[in-house]
Design a protein around this ligand. Structure first.
Ligand code: GLN
Length: 497
């Protein structure tokens, strides 16, 4: 039975439609797997009873409608706890929201449910999506399925670990500065941050609204395309969602089945690649480049002169927006309320002091500082100016030199639990060097597992394209998938160390 947890959603759908398996069996197999691998701590909330009930209904729908049923009918999915789910506790990995039961569904979640998907649970994450290791969760860290002494990445670490370990075939995450791409890379699966505006943010608890995007995790490029196609599109509840027709990502992907990379220009940003790369990552990057050349790709050196200032600009912009967004958690309108206080001021202070964890407090303080009178021009305004320069760098690169920008996803493989939390916060922030520029520029980026390090840890590559070039990125990723044959299901059956 355990091989059911290795399948892609299209394989599951074929088996469900042919009657070879039932949704009941499929969903139960995933809960067995979740139990067997519970030490990963990838879920904050599980909804087994509800999921099994939904599986029963899905089996009836499949019998009645067959292939006219929604594409995900009867298929399990995992949802990051940053996304609100009607009737299911949503904490954002924080004590602040413990016990919060949302009265509505996030649009992306609703779209998956409308397509028949069955939620198995809410995945663990860094508190309010702030972090790169999942260690800043109020519900304990998540472990990397490839090595339990290491982090899965963050902030959507639970979603990545769930998909990599066979607890769910796909999952949703959010990506403000890398939180889908980085954990996907460190856990050896596929992850995509769509173009800003491609997917509605309605119902994603806001971290940094000008950077946040919802996106999918999967064990195959096709599943990534299917999920993206399902969750994309205009939403009247999010004024930043774009009205363009959603492309048929899955159909467009089919046209890549017979293609190689002939004529595709991959830009290597020299300014970003200087120093800081672990040997195994830089060796694997060079190997990937030589394989791409054999597949007909053209490799060009490009210049993104301001990209290396992205980390500084991001770690001012994101905390500034977070300080403002998180002001709503005051213990009155939203969030945890302290049980003892003598004045309104004390109620605010104690509720926030008790509800928020260390990293969130640090971000609120940084954000309030950079926005405060006298410092605004020196920090926040400067960061916005850098952001414009970064946007222009990418525009120029795509206009003049390349179709796709290629970098590793992260400068290192999955690091040890505690390794970076015990050092200065800056060491954690440096893990985001390749991912944050993409959010500043609003571009789409995909994380593709390509190799294993000598110690058998996944290494992922990131491809970034112009605005709304998801189809191109998925196509390129499918060639990588075919050529590199990364053992993406190695962790989906059997015991985990
Ligand atoms: N690691 C980054 C941060 O801590 C990105 C987080 C994210 O994408 N949500 O801000």
């Amino acid at each position: 039975m355990s091989e059911l947890t290795s399948l892609t959603t299209s394989e599951m759908r074929a088996k469900l439609l042919s009657g070879e398996i039932s949704s009941m069996e499929l969903v139960s197999a995933h809960f067995d797997r979740i139990e067997e691998t519970s030490d990963l701590n990838s879920f904050i909330t599980l909804v087994k009873d509800q999921a099994l009930k939904n599986a029963e209904s899905a089996d009836i729908i499949i019998k009645e409608k067959g292939s006219n049923s929604g594409l995900f009918t009867g298929i399990p999915v995992a949802i990051k706890d940053q996304l609100v789910t009607k009737g299911i506790e949503t904490t954002c990995g924080s004590k602040m929201l413990k016990g919060f039961i949302p009265p509505y569904d996030c649009t992306a979640v609703k779209k998956l449910k409308d397509a028949g998907a069955i939620i198995v649970g809410k995945t663990n994450q860094d508190e309010f999506a702030m972090g790169s290791s999942n260690e800043y969760s109020a519900f304990g860290p998540v472990k990397n399925p490839w090595d339990n002494s290491r982090v899965p990445g963050g902030s959507s670490g639970g979603s990545a670990a769930a998909v990599a370990s066979g607890q769910s075939p796909i999952a949703l995450g959010t990506d403000t500065g890398g939180s889908i791409r980085q954990p996907a890379g460190l856990c050896g699966i596929y992850g995509m941050k769509p173009t800003y505006g491609r997917v509605s943010r309605y119902g994603a608890v806001a971290f940094a609204s000008s950077l946040d995007q919802i996106g999918p995790f999967a064990r195959s490029v096709k599943d990534l395309a299917l999920t993206l196609q399902t969750i994309s599109g205009l939403d009247s509840n999010d004024a930043t969602s774009v009205k363009d027709k959603v492309p048929e990502f899955v159909k467009e992907l089919e046209s890549w089945e017979s293609k190689d990379l002939k004529g595709i220009r991959f830009g290597i940003p020299k300014d970003l690649m200087s120093g800081g790369l672990e040997d195994s990552v830089s060796n694997s990057f060079n190997e990937v480049i030589s394989r791409l050349v054999k597949l007909g790709a053209e490799i060009v050196e490009i210049s993104l002169p301001h990209a290396s200032s992205s980390l500084a600009a991001y770690y001012i912009t994101a905390p500034a927006e977070a300080a403002s967004n998180l002001a709503r958690f005051d213990g009155i309108r939203y969030g945890h309320r302290s049980s003892s206080y003598h004045s309104l001021q004390e109620l605010y202070e104690k509720s926030r002091a008790e509800g928020f964890g260390k990293e969130v407090k640090r971000r609120i303080m940084i954000g309030s500082f950079v926005l405060s009178s006298g410092y605004y021009d020196a920090y926040y305004k400067k960061a916005q100016q850098i952001r414009t320069l970064v946007i222009n760098d990418y525009k120029a690169a795509f206009m003049n030199s390349c179709d796709v920008v290629l970098t590793p996803v992260s400068p290192t493989v999955a690091f040890k639990l505690g390794e970076k939390t015990s050092a200065s916060p800056l060491t954690m922030y440096l893990a985001d060097i390749f991912t944050v520029p993409i959010n500043l520029a609003g571009l789409p980026g995909i994380s593709i597992p390509t190799s294993l390090s000598p110690e058998k840890l996944p290494i992922g590559m990131q491809c970034v394209g112009p605005l709304f070039s998801e189809s191109l990125l998925l196509g390129v990723a499918s060639v990588f998938e075919r050529e590199f044959k990364f053992p993406v299901t190695q962790r989906t059956t059997g015991r985990i160390n």
